[in-house]
Design a binder for this molecule. Structure first.
Ligand SMILES: *Cc1c(COP(=O)(O)O)cnc(C)c1O
Length: 464
């Protein structure tokens, strides 16, 4: 019998990972490597014969190191990247080692039940309806895809059309109404679902990027047939939250399904202090969010909820004669997500929730929002800085004023200068036609000192 050496490579990986994580606070932000240097370090011929596992792991770690973007650093403010907690990382490792196929209860009872338990905890934490169904997907992109697939199933069934059998050819057209500041993943989900981007009626938003309820009312007046309204809690630039209570009133009166993209913003429901900002969100029909943002689990973890479990499973479920389905009292994860074989991503979500607890999740969200406010206030002390958004959650949009008047070019240059400086990392965006620096405070380790050091670095770049 061949006995593999598990210990060598796994212990080595554990040591290398701990060293990497412990080194994050001191690490320069931004990858130092170029594509060229990485190809040189990682490339070469595929070996004819296998190499020793520990050697492979050690050399991979060395070669990749300079090409890693330290997204888990407390001074990483790019995109909306959450870090990962020790419990979530460790549970994710176990999921890898256990190598469970989490599609069916029969293929991994533990993975299936952990999703059930974590799903219930999440509904309680966020105050979503008890009867809502949950799917553990790869991210908010697939969460919106799944939520909108459920919507498509539901609104067409109500129009007397079984889309799962008959497809879309000849189906009553569906109108999608979404704010003009929606995330691009909504459009992409509609492409995947065969609805196409032409199905979207874009509704005007206000100066913060919130869908305007009066514009939605106008749009609803003009449509007939099946309608889905896509609202957003947490604009990816400004953090703004759509007026969901009014949106639900208007949409439900018109018989429309309401889907919420709350990739990061939905987590504000965990905080008693922030929850009032999201009033009405619980009344929606489906919700998409990311565990890999504010819940601080490693990447590849999104969540979809539906207030109509039969539409959710109607769109996703699958039956095959060789599989073992639906045993009495069993929940098969593949009925709730688009994958078939899949990673047991519920373990990391479960561990993150237990290790943080209710108060811990709320604390991360509240702290990030408070630090975003602090970041904005400190930057605004400079006469060369303009904050472009109301800082309602964790997003700050900053414009730098050029003494010669070319604020757009100046702001873009400053973003590159800050990235090269390496104290902190953020990217640029365009907001209402203006170039802006985009700051997203989304890491559970970020503290006041991180903000101070980052503000000092930005000021240094501004003055140089
Ligand atoms: C991050 C984000 C998405 C996409 O999420 P993924 O996890 O990358 O699929 C969608 N919508 C909003 C508002 C986001 O912030």
């Amino acid at each position: 019998m061949h006995v593999p050496d598990w210990n060598g490579p796994l212990q080595l990986a554990s040591r290398l990972a701990s060293e990497y994580l412990a080194g994050l606070p001191a690490r320069l932000l931004g990858p130092e490597a170029t594509a060229e240097s990485l190809r040189k370090a990682l490339g070469g011929q595929l070996p004819d014969h296998g190499e020793d596992a520990s050697t492979v792991v050690r050399e991979l770690a060395t070669a990749a190191d300079s090409g890693l973007l330290p997204g888990g650093s407390g001074r990483f403010f790019g995109f909306v990247f959450g870090g990962a907690t020790p419990a979530a990382i460790a549970a994710d490792w176990l999921a890898t080692a256990w190598d469970q196929n989490a599609g069916l209860h029969a293929a991994s009872p533990a993975a299936a039940v952990v999703e059930e338990v974590a799903g219930d905890w999440l509904k309680r934490l966020l105050g979503l309806p008890d009867q809502a169904s949950v799917g553990f997907v790869t991210g908010a992109q697939m969460a919106s895809f799944t939520g909108l697939a459920a919507a498509r199933n539901h609104v067409l069934a109500r129009a007397g059309w079984d889309v799962e059998r008959s497809g879309l050819v000849g189906a009553p057209p569906i109108t999608i109404i979404a704010g003009d500041q929606r995330h691009d993943t909504i459009d992409r989900a509609l492409r995947f679902l065969g609805l196409g981007t032409d199905s979207i009626t874009s509704v005007a938003s206000d100066d913060q990027g919130r869908m305007r309820a009066d514009a939605l009312a106008d749009a609803l007046r003009d449509v007939s047939g099946p309608v889905v309204v896509c609202a957003q809690v947490g604009n990816v630039n400004s953090g703004a939250i759509d007026p969901v209570d009014q949106i639900c009133d208007l949409a439900h009166e018109a018989g429309a399904w309401v889907h919420i993209d709350g990739a990061f913003g939905l987590w504000a429901l965990s905080s008693p202090r922030l929850r009032p900002l999201l009033e009405g969100v619980q009344r929606a029909d489906s919700w998409a969010t990311d565990a890999h943002k504010w819940l601080s689990v490693p990447f590849d973890s999104g969540l979809v909820f539906s207030a109509h479990p039969e539409a959710h499973t109607g769109a996703m479920s699958i039956r095959a004669p060789y599989l073992i389905h639906d045993q009495e009292g069993h929940r098969d994860p593949l009925d709730y997500n688009p994958e078939f074989s899949r990673r047991a991503r519920g373990f990391a979500v479960y561990a993150a929730l237990r290790a943080l607890g209710r108060s811990g999740v709320a604390d991360v969200v509240e702290r990030c929002c408070g630090l975003a406010r602090l970041f904005a206030d400190k930057l605004a002390e400079s006469s060369q800085v303009e904050i472009l958004n109301d800082v309602v959650l964790n997003q700050v949009l900053v414009r730098f004023l050029d003494p010669n008047g070319d604020h757009d070019a100046f702001t873009r240059q400053l973003v590159s200068r800050v990235q090269r400086d390496g104290t902190c990392w953020m990217s640029g965006t365009t907001w209402r036609g203006m170039s802006a620096m985009r700051i997203s405070v989304c890491n559970w380790t970020t503290d006041d000192e991180d903000i101070d050091r980052s503000v000092a670095a930005i000021m240094r770049c501004l003055q140089s």
